[in-house]
Design a protein around this ligand. Structure first.
Ligand SMILES: C[S@@+](CC[C@H](N)C(=O)[O-])C[C@H]1O[C@@H](n2cnc3c(N)ncnc32)[C@H](O)[C@@H]1O
Length: 208
């Protein structure tokens, strides 16, 4: 499924805006990664990577399948004065156009739900991680309270439709969690775990 970049970005830079600094804090608190190269996979407009760059000394490589999204990312890079500490890369997560062991931390929010071949994507993410590198990949909105307020705002914007709430429940629910567990087993990634609760959402954490 292709996402309309402009339409998604209107929501991402307004309704979702409070989410990115919170998730960046959660990633830094969990991994302790503040230096090296970060790959923001399925970066969209680049707001998670920009929040991480703001809180750390990471160099951020913004990666997405969509040239339209990367166009928006370039604006985010300029707005955040990150031109010296960031670049963009286009491609598919199942064949990341980077050498082995070249990424210290891979992050990704809200993109995994679109990936056709999850085991292959996770295997390729693992390939690009440096020894002792991290991946923090999944979905969430930073906290339960923010999730609820975003769900209610999206209902208003969608003329009373619960479609967004249902998608969030599906993406962050038990079936999604089981799908992630199965994909990790298929990919043979034994140094991986799943974080799943109402506050943070649903995340796969991989250690090389
Ligand atoms: C819902 S948006 C999330 C964007 C951003 N991470 C955020 O949190 O706002 C999903 C993004 O994943 C990208 N994407 C989907 N499938 C992909 C794939 N197989 N490889 C790389 N990027 C992909 C889409 O182009 C889109 O930008």
């Amino acid at each position: 499924m292709t996402i309309d970049a402009q339409k998604y970005d209107k929501i991402a830079r307004t309704v979702f805006a409070p989410v990115f600094p919170l998730i960046a804090d959660q990633i830094v608190a969990y991994t302790g990664m503040i230096q090296g190269t970060c790959l923001d996979i399925g970066c969209g407009g680049g707001y998670l990577g920009a929040a991480l760059a703001d809180k750390t000394d990471l160099f951020v490589r913004f990666f997405d399948a969509s040239p339209d999204m990367l166009e928006i990312t370039r604006r985010t890079i300029a707005e955040n004065e990150l031109t010296e500490r960031a670049d963009t890369l286009q491609g598919n997560v199942t064949a990341i156009p980077l050498p082995d062991a070249s990424v210290d931390i891979a992050v990704s929010r809200g993109s995994i739900f679109f990936w056709d071949d999850l085991p292959r994507a996770l295997t390729d993410i693992h390939r690009v991680l440096t020894p002792d590198g991290w991946a923090y990949i999944g979905g969430g909105f930073g906290s339960k309270a923010i999730t609820e307020s975003i769900v209610s705002e999206m209902k208003k914007r969608n003329q009373g439709s619960d479609e967004f709430r249902d998608r969030v429940r599906r993406n962050l629910g038990p079936e999604s969690c089981e799908r992630f567990e199965t994909a990790l087993k298929t990919a043979g990634l034994d140094r991986a775990s799943i974080l799943h609760d109402e506050e943070i959402g649903l995340w796969i954490v991989i250690r090389k």
